[in-house]
Design a protein. Structure first.
Length: 537
């Protein structure tokens, strides 16, 4: 076999990025491991979340039943005691208070006191002093509903969060004669302390929520107790629970922590209990399994990966060098120039493409510069005559003032208005009028020096800035030259037309020290010249 042919084939294959990519196929091993880990993590996450949701829902149901049983027990005890009491209008408060204080077993469930209220809210007896008084509107609601119920949570005078339980007391005719109210701290050992102290897993906790009051009744986090629930939109799963949803799901709480939450109703009060656990804790077994699989799978391709990284360093070195040159050009460290084509391979094609793009961009840049120059010229010159416009004339006048102030050099300003221009427009049309304006512009340029400025400042008005002209006599000479040249006949339509000029002028500094003063003086002078022409006609 011909050695030269083999050498040629080898060099061609060595230059080709496609050949090099065949080496990189080893990366598929690593990609396969990553894909398997991703699928494994996804499947395990779903299974663990489903299993944890069921487990957490069972915990929440158990805890909710316990809370509901404690609420029912207190309502039943209070209702039974209400049937035993028989307040009469003539019963002294002290007698009823002594009777209530003697209910020691029941008082163990209502440690902050038993109180007997009249339907109007007057205290008929109390086991504790001071008396824990719930909201009067709630007492009125108890009388109206005529059934035992639980109050919204409220604070005692010392700040202790409590709940009140009420049962109506009936007289012989079955009417509500009084309301027996028992209060208990929410955090009492035999009441809801377990909701606050017991956790779910290692870092999870419970929340007891009153949707009708919009507050947390009890919580594993002391900061949340008796505090308003998050506003709508902060926690979507909580928003669903507030509107009646019960079940489990994954959500992000108000503190920005993703957690697994299970919501169960408390039928007696219409509250709901939330058992919540950070998903990071729930998914810890998945992370452990993934780490084991990753460790086992990473050993085999580690050697291959190291070899590939070494090969890639040499294979992609031309591309890296090109990228480095591009960064240097972008940062202004080197001049923008075509990239060198080292090899006739795919990297070389990229360099050729960049060089072609660079040529196109330079052409577009040149075209843009030309367009900008045209726009700059249009912004400062009259489109009809090509003379400087008012803005450019005023700018040059300001420069002349600065130069005169610095060097003590005078100058003059001429203001001109065409006489007899309107008949040309009226009889021959605007095209003829434009031709006359261009004719006047050319004649005015012929009347002054190249260092002077001739401008069209609007309509049929022109202005001339004369450098180094300090006397009215010199300005008058130039004005006369302008009149004479402008009066040269020009053929418009089928006859020759000539135009006259009314010219006013002002000299610096005799006629003014500022642009405004000079322009006003020249304008007034032109106006007087215009009136003189009309008077002569």
């Amino acid at each position: 076999m011909n050695p030269d042919w083999l050498k040629s084939k080898w060099q061609k294959a060595r230059r080709s990025i496609i050949s090099r990519m065949m080496i990189l196929a080893l990366v598929v091993v690593v990609a396969g491991i990553g894909l398997r880990l991703t699928l494994l993590r996804t499947i395990l996450n779903e299974d663990v979340v489903t299993l944890s949701s069921s487990h957490q829902l069972a915990i929440a149901e158990y805890a909710a039943r316990d809370v509901d049983d404690k609420l029912k027990l207190r309502l039943e005890m209070l209702s039974g005691l209400a049937m035993m009491s028989s307040p009469r209008p003539d019963n002294p408060v002290s007698e009823m208070s002594e009777w209530l204080a003697g209910r020691r077993i029941i008082l163990s469930f209502f440690p902050t006191g038993l109180t007997l209220f009249s339907p109007e809210g007057r205290i008929l007896g109390a086991s504790n002093v001071p008396v824990a008084e719930p909201n009067r509107a709630w007492l009125t609601q108890v009388v109206h509903d005529d059934k035992a119920q639980v109050s919204p949570p409220f604070h005692l005078a010392d700040g202790t969060p409590v709940l009140a339980f009420a049962a109506p007391v009936h007289d012989a005719q079955g009417r509500v004669a009084a309301i027996l109210v028992g209060t208990t701290p929410i955090a009492a050992d035999n009441f809801l302390r377990a909701v606050q102290d017991e956790g779910v897993g290692k870092t999870g906790s419970f929340l007891l929520v009153s949707p009708q009051d919009g507050i947390f009744v009890a919580a594993g986090d002391p900061r949340k107790i008796m505090k308003p629930v998050p506003p709508v939109g902060v926690n979507p799963l909580h928003d669903k629970a507030m509107t009646g949803y019960r079940g489990a799901g994954v959500t992000v709480n108000a503190d920005g922590i993703e957690e697994l939450s299970a919501m169960v109703s408390i039928p007696t009060t219409g509250w709901f209990l939330v058992a919540r656990t950070p998903t990071a804790e729930a998914l810890q077994p998945v992370q452990h399994i993934v780490k084991l699989v990753l460790f086992g799978s990473a050993l085999a391709p580690a050697v291959v990966l190291g070899a590939l990284l070494t090969i890639l360093f040499y294979v992609l070195r031309p591309l890296t060098q090109s990228a480095r040159q591009l960064h240097q050009m972008a940062n202004g460290e080197t001049q923008i120039r075509p990239l060198p084509v080292v090899n006739d391979d795919e990297v070389g094609e990229v360099a050729k493409g960049f060089n072609f793009l660079l040529g196109v961009l330079r052409q577009q840049e040149q075209a843009l510069l030309e367009t900008q120059e045209k726009l700059r010229h249009m912004a400062h010159h009259d489109g009809l005559t090509g003379l400087p416009n008012r803005a450019m004339f005023e700018d040059r006048l300001d420069q002349a003032l600065l130069r005169a102030d610095r060097q003590g050099q005078g100058f003059a300003v001429l203001f001109m208005d065409l006489d007899g221009f309107k008949p040309i427009n009226d009889q021959l049309g605007h095209a003829a009028g434009d031709a006359m304006l261009r004719h006047v512009a050319v004649r005015l340029l012929d009347s002054v020096r190249k260092s002077d400025t001739v401008a069209r400042i609007g309509g049929d008005e022109f202005a001339v800035l004369l450098d180094d002209v300090t006397t009215a006599e010199a300005a008058a000479v130039v004005a006369q030259q302008c009149r004479a040249n402008a009066a040269t006949a020009v053929t418009l339509g089928d006859r020759d037309w000539s135009i006259g000029l009314s010219i006013g002028f002002a000299c610096y500094p005799g006629d003014g020290m500022s642009a405004g003063e000079l322009l006003r003086h020249a304008d007034n002078s032109m106006y007087r010249a215009k009136q003189a022409v009309k008077a002569a006609q």
